[in-house]
Design a protein around this ligand. Structure first.
Ligand code: EPZ
Length: 519
């Protein structure tokens, strides 16, 4: 046990990984250079992270134009962890958004001995052929929950792993019981000690196919058990699994690497384990949550914008709600982007041909042509596992509903503590009453009088995005602090909004500047 007590950290003075693993695989020591490179990148990020970032939004303007949607954060995190399954050949990924979360996941992989090359432009190459440890850096795991997903591929590939317990976060307790019970069903022995989970294959070799029913269709547990089962000996049946597009994208990646998985996107997965998987080329799906956030930006400012690439099937519940409110959403097959142009009161369409990859298309979202001259109607929404309405868009839609007509109700059923944005929206003048897991929103008749700007604080990623959107609809200036939360999940957020005509800027104050202020 002592061999695994000190997890390797990505710092240049990297202690040699536990002998046990290297002895088993007879691998040469891991070159230090790769580690120091990542440490520098992290150091830069950390240094900047010390600065106080604020977003300053002047509201009341309209948006217009086209905006690009980045690759999915949550699919990228799952696929990066899944790349640990590949014992030969590199996984060459495209569409990986450049976010603090994906950089942290890269640090987690490097702390295990994997080589991760972030080439820019969304290209990341992961070579996990040279993994030398089964204990990822706890500090990095502590920064992102998805770091815990490496547990599955590690125990499946090496028969053991020791991973720090992922903390809860502001939106809920976020237990891991389904991960652990699922691994136990695949023949693992679990120990919890010193804030860590130690998992070992009971047979001392590897996991064995089995059956497990998830009490709740957890995204992370499904992804972790699916990667584990891909390398288990025999067939695994996982039932009541998550059906999120990010889960299906991970399954698609693993199949490209040689796995045998059936039922991705349904509530039952049948996985025939393989001895080993190999690297492959793969493109991450577009981020449906970022797309939904940008669609709300159009609605809340009563504007008309277009965005691509998107996969419309991933946005059904979102488009339903926006259409119910009175927005017009246009998507016409592949390769065709329809652009709405307002000429006086007439809406004229121009047809343009564009090249797209896979089945990505473009969407036009307009709140211009909604009835009642731009007034949108309130509605009821309840967050649910996919294909229900995504909890990751609940705060943004709540911000929108504060500007819509009538009474609306938002019910959060996935996380027990995801209403931190309410008190900040109330500061902006929103009339919201909380009762248990529901929020009752009394919208206002005319957009211009719904909200007025003031300083507010982001407490989590999606709540932060909601405050930016509310600031774009509010009269006056809204100053948002806690921006590091937003940077975790939105690539070039303010630059994209700026390109659509929003009046937004980032202010950065460094500690010493702040200190002088105090003095
Ligand atoms: C994923 O989190 C996403 N994160 C979350 O996005 C998203 O909100 C969530 O799925 C739901 O869609 C990533 O993919 C990295 P869950 P995850 O396990 O996997 C309970 C964002 O903003 N549960 O599906 O952690 C749990 O408490 C983030 O991008 C158990 O009870 O979510 C929760 O109430 C935030 N036991 C519910 O399931 C378990 O073992 C849903 O959690 C696991 C989960």
């Amino acid at each position: 046990m002592a061999l695994l007590s000190s997890p390797p950290s990505p710092s240049p003075s990297l202690p040699s990984p536990p002998l046990r693993l290297r002895h088993l695989r007879g691998l040469p020591p891991r070159p230090i250079s790769a580690a120091s490179a990542s440490a520098d990148a992290d150091a830069d990020a950390d240094a900047d992270a010390d600065a106080d970032h604020r977003l300053v939004v002047s509201g009341g303007g309209r948006l217009a134009g086209h905006v690009g949607v980045s690759g999915s954060k949550n699919a990228a995190l799952a696929v990066l962890a899944g790349a640990l399954c590949c014992s030969s050949g590199a996984a060459a990924l495209r569409g990986v958004p450049d976010l603090s979360d994906t950089r942290t996941m890269a640090a987690v992989l490097r702390s295990l001995g994997a080589r991760v090359e972030e080439r820019g432009g969304g290209e990341v190459v992961v070579d996990a052929g040279d993994v030398t440890s089964v204990e990822p850096d706890s500090e990095a795991i502590g920064r992102i929950r998805a770091g815990f997903f490496v547990l599955g591929p590690l125990v499946a590939r090496f028969g053991e792993a020791e991973v720090a317990l992922p903390g809860g976060c502001r939106i809920g307790a976020r237990p891991i019981d389904l991960y652990l019970r699922g691994l136990a069903a695949l023949g693992a022995v679990i120990q919890l000690r010193h804030g860590k989970v130690r998992v070992e294959a009971a047979n001392g070799k590897g996991l064995v196919g089995g059956q497990f029913h998830l009490d709740y269709p957890s995204v992370g547990a499904t992804e972790t058990l699916m990667t584990a089962a891909s390398l288990a000996d025999g067939v695994t049946i996982l039932s009541n699994v998550a059906r999120e597009p990010e889960v299906a994208d991970l399954a698609k990646f693993l199949v490209t690497c040689g796995a045998q998985i059936e039922g991705a996107g349904t509530s039952t997965l049948v996985i025939n384990g393989k001895k080993r998987l190999h690297g492959a080329e793969f493109t991450i799906i577009p981020d449906r949550i970022e797309a939904g956030t940008l669609m709300v930006a159009a609605a809340i400012t009563r504007s008309c914008i277009s965005l691509s690439p998107v996969i419309p099937g991933h946005l059904t519940s979102i488009m339903d709600k926006l259409s119910a409110a009175g927005c017009k959403i246009i998507q016409k097959g592949r390769h065709i982007l329809e652009v709405g142009v307002l000429l006086g009161s007439k809406l004229i369409f121009l047809v343009l041909k564009i090249r797209t990859l896979r089945d990505f298309v473009a969407l036009q979202v307009s709140a211009l042509s909604s009835p009642n001259n731009g007034d949108l109607q309130g509605f009821y929404l309840k967050t649910l596992p996919y294909p229900g309405f995504p909890t990751d868009l609940q705060p943004q839609f709540m911000a929108l509903l504060t500007t819509c007509n009538g009474l609306s109700v938002v019910e959060e059923s996935v996380f027990e503590n995801r209403m931190h944005h309410v008190k900040e929206l109330q500061k902006l003048g929103a009339r919201i009453r909380l009762s248990g897991s529901s929020a009752f929103i009394q919208g206002k008749r005319h957009r211009s009088s719904a909200l007025s700007g003031c300083p507010v604080e982001a407490a989590d990623l999606r709540g932060g995005a909601a405050l930016v959107l509310a600031g774009m609809a509010a009269e006056g200036v809204t100053e948002i602090s806690g921006v590091s939360h937003i940077d975790r999940g939105y690539e070039n957020f303010e630059a994209k909004l700026l390109s659509l005509g929003a009046n937004i800027e980032r202010k950065v104050e460094h500690q010493q500047q702040l200190m002088t202020g105090i003095a």
